[in-house]
Design a protein around this ligand. Structure first.
Ligand SMILES: *[C@@H]1O[C@H](CO)[C@@H](O)[C@H](O)[C@H]1NC(C)=O
Ligand SMILES: *[C@@H]1O[C@H](CO)[C@@H](O)[C@H](O)[C@H]1NC(C)=O
Length: 634
């Protein structure tokens, strides 16, 4: 008996420690309907929960959404006999409502000291169904009893599409009594907070507050992310949707984030501290970008036998997702056999090629993992381009460290917001600024300055109208422009569009309302240029794209500000000199000063002079800012 047991143990280990490349195996359902199978198979679904219970060698499946909407059924799959069984769960009071796209994990409840064997529970929190939920449930995997866990403490609002989960089980390690929950959507608002549920105290607390949408160092509010929790108790989160719901951003996004929870030991492979206090805030760190943009992908920790599996995984795999959303113009679809794996040590993505019976690319598959054997199971999901919802069960096994790279590397994508940024950057960031600059400092070159000014402003405005159209085609809801970048953008566009309209109604110089018109033109133009530049800055932060984008823009802005300061100093000096100099014969009205300065000569020599067509120049408004004028002549 003991020999048999030892043999089985060794066999199990050998299975787990095989250092072969990652490879897929299709487990079921049987391909043909005529195949003799007495066993039932769970109906197709996406967004379900799937956990592997090593003590019974069963997979447990809950919920998701199928052909007829959200589900609340529970199934157990015996790895040995390859048989599914639908479980009749029970509860003394209520059971969870049908739902999908929630956060879940397996909790090893060893509250009772040995020799009482630990209990295992499937924990499910939040999700979407007939409504969006905020409740948390525990399903006891021995008694199949549901229990609603109390929402004590600082509980999350109704949410779905959040990141989080529970630390993976490792042999010989006590259960970690914490469920992590971060980000998510409540149908109205996208969130960026991070919560933890203490499964012993049965109470929530907030470990990271809301993140400012313009903070480049932290993941902005988003939902339908891909996520998992690592053996070191870090939350890993990929992509998701950051547009609408009171914010802007990429949808689908392609940024990778790691949250070092307050209890994460900070040292790789150190064991998560079961009794650690939840006080203190964790920190978000960004890793590299490489896979295609995705919403609703699945993530799971992976381990390499080479670095002793018992210490936990160094890798996190990303499986499937929707690569396109309303913002997508084009994307290089990821090959089915490409498996992006994040190396947590380097923060770099490895784009590996997983062979075997490769499943067709799909979104919202439910994933279960067993770090002890390095296996990952994938159930269901929806095929590409709104394809069929699946009931397939696949298993992935192997060593990421010996898996060859895929010939296709990082994905490429073009989204409407990228083009929006390009057009707005050229419009409000370059041309409209240049047009203002010319009007303010180059009036001496009359009438060339005016033609240049007009050409810049018209081109800049046209580009920015296209920029607005581009971002609206990316699925921005009109009622979602209340956030800073949206509101400032609309105001700036309004001010910008006022300019050609009021240029059309421009009264002739000396005519009634001319002074008022000049004032309006000057100040609406200036405000638009200032707000426009500020909004380009906000946009580069909001987009959360590559750092190169905002570094490039802010360098350009810096050069422009320096140029403005230099020109302004020269202009003011010239004006001061003009005020103290005796009025020339041309000055019929001493209070009427002119900004038309020979920019290159006057500043240096301390002299100022009028433009060549002095007598025909309009009255110019001088003082706090640039002048408004129109070319001499008809
Ligand atoms: C954990 O086990 C203890 C003792 O068996 C039990 O009272 C408690 O409800 C369990 N917790 C959960 C979340 O299932
Ligand atoms: C675990 O956390 C507790 C409370 O924060 C602390 O006192 C203890 O030293 C930690 N243990 C380890 C091994 O880090």
């Amino acid at each position: 008996m003991l020999v048999l047991w030892l043999a089985l143990l060794l066999l199990d280990r050998a299975e787990g420690l095989s250092a072969s490349p990652l490879s897929w195996l299709r487990v079921g359902p049987p391909e043909s309907a005529t195949a003799t199978t007495s066993s039932a198979w769970p109906p197709p679904r996406r967004g379900a929960a799937l956990v592997y219970d090593p003590s019974t060698k069963h997979l447990v499946l809950f919920g998701g959404t199928g052909a007829n909407g959200a589900l609340a059924d529970v199934w157990a799959y015996d790895i040995g006999t390859r048989v599914w069984q639908q479980i009749s769960t029970f509860s003394s009071s209520e059971q969870p409502e049908p739902r999908h796209t929630f956060v879940y994990g397996l909790y090893l409840n060893d509250t009772q000291p040995a020799p009482v064997p630990p209990r295992r529970s499937l924990i499910v929190s939040t999700g979407q169904g007939a409504q969006v939920f905020s409740d948390t449930w525990a399903l006891d995997l021995d008694t199949w009893a549901w229990r609603r866990l109390p929402d004590n403490g600082d509980a999350p609002p109704t949410l779905y599409g959040s990141a989080g989960g529970i630390v993976p089980l490792l042999p010989g390690r006590p259960g970690v009594p914490r469920l992590w929950l971060s980000h998510g959507f409540s149908l109205k608002t996208r969130y960026s907070k991070t919560w933890v549920y203490d499964l012993r105290a049965e109470s929530w607390s907030v470990v990271h507050g809301s993140i400012n949408s313009y903070d480049p160092m932290k993941p902005h509010a988003r939902c339908i992310v891909s996520s998992t929790v690592t053996a070191d108790e870090q939350i890993v989160m990929y992509g998701g949707c950051a547009q609408n719901g009171g914010t802007g951003g990429q949808c689908p996004a392609r940024d990778t984030w790691r949250f070092d929870t307050p209890v994460a030991p900070g040292k790789r492979y150190a064991r998560a501290n079961v009794t650690a206090s939840l006080q203190g805030s964790g920190a978000w760190h960004q890793a590299s970008s490489c896979p295609t943009p995705r919403t609703r992908g699945a993530m799971a920790p992976l381990a390499s036998p080479a670095e002793l599996r018992m210490t936990g995984g160094r890798y996190v795999m990303l499986y499937g997702g929707f690569e396109t959303d309303k913002q997508t113009i084009s994307v290089s679809a990821a090959p089915d056999d490409q498996l992006p794996v994040l190396d947590l040590d380097s923060g770099l993505w490895l784009m590996l090629r997983a062979g075997g019976q490769v499943p067709a690319f799909r979104a919202q598959a439910a994933v279960a993992h067993d770090l002890a054997t390095g296996r990952v199971w994938v159930f269901g999901g929806q095929l590409r381009d709104g394809g069929a919802i699946s009931a397939d069960l696949y298993m992935l096994q192997g060593d990421p460290a010996v898996t060859p790279p895929h010939s296709v590397g990082c994905g490429s994508s073009m989204l409407f917001p990228y083009l929006h940024g390009l057009f707005m950057g050229l419009g409000w960031g370059v041309l409209l600024q240049a047009g203002w600059f010319i009007a303010r400092y180059f009036k001496a070159h009359d009438p060339r300055w005016f033609h240049l000014h007009r050409a810049c402003q018209i081109t800049g405005l046209v580009l920015s109208i296209v920029g607005l159209a581009l971002v609206m085609s990316g699925g921005v809801k009109a009622n979602n422009l209340g956030f800073s970048h949206g509101a400032i953008g609309l105001t700036t566009m309004g001010l910008g569009l006022l300019q050609p309209i009021n240029a059309f109604f421009r009264p002739h110089k000396g005519a009634k309302w001319r002074t008022q018109w000049e004032w309006l033109h000057l100040w609406s133009g200036r405000s638009a240029v200032l707000l426009g530049a500020a909004n380009v800055s906000l946009g580069t932060f909001l987009l959360q794209g590559p750092a190169a984008v905002w570094i490039a823009w802010h360098s350009l802005l810096g050069c422009f500000v320096v140029a403005c300061v230099v020109m302004e100093v020269r202009l003011q000096r010239a004006l001061r000199l003009a005020r103290t100099a005796p009025p020339t014969a041309a000055h019929e009205d001493g209070s009427d000063m002119d900004t038309t300065i020979g920019s290159s000569k006057a500043g240096g020599s301390g002299k100022w002079r009028r433009g060549s067509k002095e007598a025909e120049l309009p009255r110019l408004v001088v003082g706090a800012g640039g002048a408004v004028a129109e070319p001499a002549g008809p």
